[in-house]
Design a protein around this ligand. Structure first.
Ligand SMILES: Nc1ncnc2c1ncn2[C@@H]1O[C@H](COP(=O)(O)OP(=O)(O)O)[C@@H](O)[C@H]1O
Ligand SMILES: [Mg+2]
Length: 603
């Protein structure tokens, strides 16, 4: 677990290039398979362009040789050679265009497929998965990790192949033409380049440290701006400013350390790299002087060497890219191969429950806090159509009982039977369609009121939606908006009050028409006026359904067919209202007294 968290936290973490790492990369690259034909054609075109590019130094050399009258090639005309050169360049332009377009086609499609698979998987993962992860991390897998892979697919793979083929062709070409100079070059050039690459990588690591340091300063800014009211209330402006200055200072220190190495690196590269070129040219000039080599051959040689040098440096760069891609594919695969997915994506045959609920000896602890027993020996029986109330202090475990009924989590002990059959034996999707929940905090999606109501039944007609809104006591306020049902709500729309959102949630539930209805403190955060409107709507909604009501205000509970008092995960009292208030020092009678006193105070 700890290791996994580490992977999530360090986005840029690089992976050692191991067999397993490549396997992971391949695991993600199976998404390319459907597009293997355009991909394959792209690869062929890529090899073609590399070959064409590599004819450039050769032809340039010939051009010079013809000019200096030392040509032994079958074409002996400057104009024709230059024409061929232009032709090759033009052709390579066309082929490159096709190649880049094909790779883009493949990578865009592949990435969309990966994102879709990830999202579908995330949608079907249970709460126990989400309890362990932060939403931001999951989002970054769909966004930045996939983008990382996209770069790899559309650029890195192509570049790797290109650089390797250039390296290969270049080497063969120079060894074939001038072996002695090639041997001399091999002794100097690659060594210099490899040193430069290693040194360069070290510097990059240093500059990443600088960036981390900078990110830390950003945290200070973010935190304080977000809670600016706290900063001001405690007049800690100066304190925060000093804190920010301090972290800026450590950024400077780190950055200057990096700059020292970078400056050294640049001088080193200029001197050594050019030194190597000069010495190759020196040796080459000696060969030309002694007549072992023509000027044109020397030019070809120098050009080939430049290509080879660039490709070696390029491969070094790409190595880091591949490492990052492996890290990303690991994080993507972790989600894709997650085994505990629920079967909620596939359509199943719908059915309607009667609504008989029997919970027996239920014991439960949340997977993230296994040591804390949240429910212990819970026994509840509810007959079809009954209204049952769960009452108790906050944190007692009331909502947890609902989560278990919804099969959000698996119970540890005991059993849940619905209509005489284990709840776990029903197909999940159709099962959950039988249960409707009106929660305390209603979340509306960005969109119109109409869309938000039809979230309860995607196929609902406008009449059905209107009807549901009317039954939910929501029609009046909806029609008071100029745009009516098309009024946009959510983050960028109008702000609805708690009571209004509650009634939209009720309209949703009415459309869903569930056999079992759960009201989890549905009226707890409302003022008295809107509570009455919501309560009326709820009464309408509860008709003819098995209903479970969790409520703080006992007025809503009074008429329940049965009341269960939950305290610290156990049922401590149960019965009718009239029975329960008889229990001396009982939790319920205490709650009643407390509320009675409160109401008297308010009056
Ligand atoms: N997802 C969760 N993971 C771990 N613990 C939880 C989770 N949800 C609730 N709990 C804990 O379970 C206990 C019961 O919570 P809950 O059922 O929400 O109480 P109630 O609805 O009665 O106020 C509390 O101690 C709460 O902290
Ligand atoms: Mg609760």
């Amino acid at each position: 677990m700890a290791r996994r968290n580490k992977n999530i936290n360090t986005e840029d973490e690089k992976k050692k290039l191991s067999k397993e790492g490549f396997k992971k990369l391949l695991g993600v690259f199976r998404f390319v398979l459907p597009y293997r034909f355009p991909f394959g054609i792209g690869l062929v075109l890529l090899l073609l362009t590399s070959a064409m590019v590599m004819s450039f130094p050769f032809m340039s050399g010939k051009l010079l040789d013809v000019a200096s009258g030392k040509n032994d090639w079958f074409i002996n005309d400057i104009n024709i050679i230059a024409g061929i050169l232009m032709g090759v360049l033009f052709l390579q332009g066309i082929v490159s265009f096709l190649r880049v377009y094909l790779f883009a086609y493949v990578s865009e499609n592949t990435m969309a497929d990966i994102r879709y698979s990830l999202y579908e998987k995330l949608m079907s993962l249970p709460f126990s998965f989400y309890d362990k992860r932060r939403v931001g991390e999951l989002i970054s897998r769909i966004t930045s990790d996939v983008s990382m892979l996209q770069d790899t697919l559309s650029v890195t793979v192509a570049e790797l192949i290109r650089q390797f083929s250039i390296l290969l062709i270049g080497m063969v070409a120079i060894f074939y033409t001038t072996t002695s100079l090639s041997l001399f070059m091999i002794g100097t050039f690659p060594v210099v380049i490899i040193i430069a690459v290693v040194f360069g990588r070290y510097i990059r690591r240093l500059s990443r440290n600088t960036q981390d340091e900078l990110a830390k300063t950003n945290v200070v800014v973010e935190e304080t701006l977000q809670s600016i009211s706290t900063v001001k209330a405690f007049t800690n402006e100066l304190f925060e400013a000093i804190r920010y200055r301090k972290s800026l200072d450590s950024v400077i220190k780190m950055a200057l350390r990096t700059a020292k190495y970078r400056s050294g690196f640049i001088s080193f590269v200029i001197f050594v790299l050019f030194g190597a070129i000069v010495s190759v040219m020196w040796y080459g000039a000696l060969l030309v002087q002694s007549g072992e080599m023509t000027v044109g051959e020397l030019l070809s040689f120098v050009l080939y060497t430049t290509f080879i040098g660039a490709s070696i440096a390029g491969i070094g760069d790409l190595y880091g890219q591949v490492q990052k891609a492996i890290g990303s594919s690991e994080r993507i695969l972790e989600v894709l191969t997650e085994e505990q997915a629920e079967d909620v994506i596939n359509e199943t045959e719908p059915f309607r429950l009667q609504g008989h609920i029997l919970m027996k000896n239920i014991g439960f602890a949340y997977p993230t806090r296994k040591d804390m027993r949240v429910l212990d020996n819970i026994n509840i029986e509810i007959n079809p159509g009954d209204k049952v109330a769960l009452v108790g202090p906050s944190g007692a475990g009331k909502s947890t009982i609902i989560q278990l009924l919804l099969r959000y989590y698996k119970i540890d002990n005991g059993s849940i039977h619905i209509d005489g059959k284990s709840a776990y034996d029903y197909p999940l999707r159709a099962y959950r369609q039988n249960i409707g929940v009106v929660p305390q905090e209603v979340m509306l999606f960005g969109g119109s009121i109409k869309e938000n109501i039809s979230y309860g039944k995607q196929s609902a007609s406008m009449e059905e939606i209107r009807d549901a809104a009317a039954k939910a006591n929501a029609l009046e306020f909806i029609e008071s908006f100029p745009e009516g049902f098309d009024t946009m709500v959510g983050e960028r729309g109008v702000k609805l009050s708690g009571g209004q959102r509650q009634r939209i949630a009720i309209a949703r539930a009415i459309l869903k028409n569930p056999a079992i209805l759960v009201l989890d403190e549905a009226t707890s955060s409302l003022d008295t006026a809107s509570e009455r409107l919501v309560q009326e709507a709820l009464d309408e909604l509860m008709k003819g359904r098995t209903s479970i009501i969790i409520a703080h205000r006992l007025s809503t509970v009074r008429q329940a067919d049965h009341i269960f008092v939950i305290n610290e995960g156990r049922i401590t009292e149960s019965g009718f209202h009239d029975e329960l208030i008889q229990i001396k020092d009982g939790v319920y009678s205490k709650l009643v007294k407390l509320q009675f006193a409160e109401e008297a105070m308010q009056a």
